[in-house]
Design a protein around this ligand. Structure first.
Ligand code: ATP
Ligand code: MG
Ligand code: FE
Length: 336
């Protein structure tokens, strides 16, 4: 089965050809980061327009690199939510047009199911059940992957997503957008114990997260220094903030792995590229004899390959969408 996959939920226009779910024949990503940088974040209207400009070219390249034409494609997979409605619609309309013209099945995919499925690409041995921590620009979910397409959300953020907190703190420290990778780099030069930022625990919800508190503490710390005309060290702030975030993520993840007696743990989403999260999680899993999985950075960021992998398992499970498939900006994981 060859699946042509399309992703356009945020600021990456991407197309991929995926063979039998786990073999990536091509994965073309056109990022709009340079464009949105000027505004300090993603501007939805600009994102939609750019997707329209790029999508045909990106699909052509994906087919070319896979040495295929549309005649070799057996199904089209596409992200239909969650995300920016105008951005999603570009991919959904394109996928519908191709599937209709070629008379092949259309499979809508949940973006976060895609992020989780990125773990299958480079780990042929990975199969459900396992636990997965999804940390991205818009989500922080601790998920039990019971089977392909069968998810139970054990915990989620009550306010900011992990990536969102990284981006906001980066802006406060003057690093610009997107801040995650920049904080990651700067933190290596700082002392994580120089400042103590709070770690949030939510009573009665052991697997829920909250990152707005630590974000506010960073902002208050910076404002305090400015007010007192005291200098501060951005590298120490980055390191201490990162420690507060990563410690909480690792701690709750390991508690869940213990409670659910899971010996496989995966991470996914843009923040899964974070070097501290990767190494701390690997170490914690090692201590508990849990097998740790994480995708290469190129499969952590938004990409169509992961959507193709997710679409393959949805396809096998019989998921088919009609020509009335619409973008669903707030689609819930597990909904069809
Ligand atoms: P969602 O997947 O929730 O819809 P999204 O698609 O916008 O949101 P992703 O592309 O998965 O999010 O991830 C982007 C986020 O990852 C940004 O917030 C970015 O700052 C963060 N990020 C990327 N690399 C790193 C890193 N090395 N360390 C920390 N954060 C990072
Ligand atoms: Mg993005
Ligand atoms: Fe994403």
């Amino acid at each position: 089965i060859n699946i042509l996959a399309i992703e356009s939920s945020c600021d990456e226009t991407s197309a991929a050809v995926v063979h039998n779910g786990r073999e990536i024949l091509s994965n073309i990503i056109s990022s709009q980061i340079e464009l949105h940088k000027l505004y300090g974040g993603v501007v939805p209207e600009i994102a939609s327009r750019k997707h329209i400009e790029k999508i045909n070219q990106v699909i052509e390249e994906a087919l070319k690199e896979a040495k295929m034409t549309l005649d070799d494609i057996n199904a089209v997979g596409v992200t239909y939510g969650p995300g920016l409605v105008g951005a999603l619609l570009v991919g959904v309309a394109e996928a519908k047009a191709i599937a209709y013209a070629k008379k092949i099945p259309l499979v809508g995919v949940h973006h976060i199911e895609g992020h989780i499925s990125a773990n299958y690409i480079e780990h042929p041995d990975l199969e459900p059940p396992f636990l997965c921590l999804v940390v991205s620009g818009g989500h922080t979910h601790l998920v039990c992957v019971k089977d392909y397409g069968d998810y139970e959300i054990l915990g989620r953020t009550r306010d900011d997503a992990a990536g969102e907190a990284y981006d906001k703190v980066a802006r406060a420290v003057g690093l610009g957008y997107p801040g995650g990778p920049k904080i990651d780099r700067l933190a290596k030069e700082g002392d994580p114990d120089a400042i103590l930022f709070p770690k949030a625990n939510i009573e009665g919800a052991p697997y829920d997260f909250s990152f707005s508190g630590v974000k506010s503490s960073v902002l208050n710390y910076i404002n305090g220094c400015r007010m007192k005309k005291k200098s501060y060290n951005p590298a120490d702030i980055a390191a201490a903030f990162q420690k507060a975030v990563v410690d909480v993520l690792v701690e709750k993840s390991m508690n869940a792995a213990e409670e659910y007696a899971m010996n496989k743990f995966a991470i996914a989403g843009g923040v899964a590229s974070n070097s501290a999260l990767r190494s701390e999680m690997e170490m914690a899993c090692g201590e508990k004899k849990i097998k740790f999985y994480c995708p290469s950075p190129i499969y952590c960021t938004d990409n169509a390959a992961m959507i193709g992998t997710a679409a393959y398992y949805e396809y096998l499970a019989g998921t088919r969408h009609g020509w009335d498939l619409n973008a669903v900006p707030n689609l819930k994981l597990g909904e069809r």
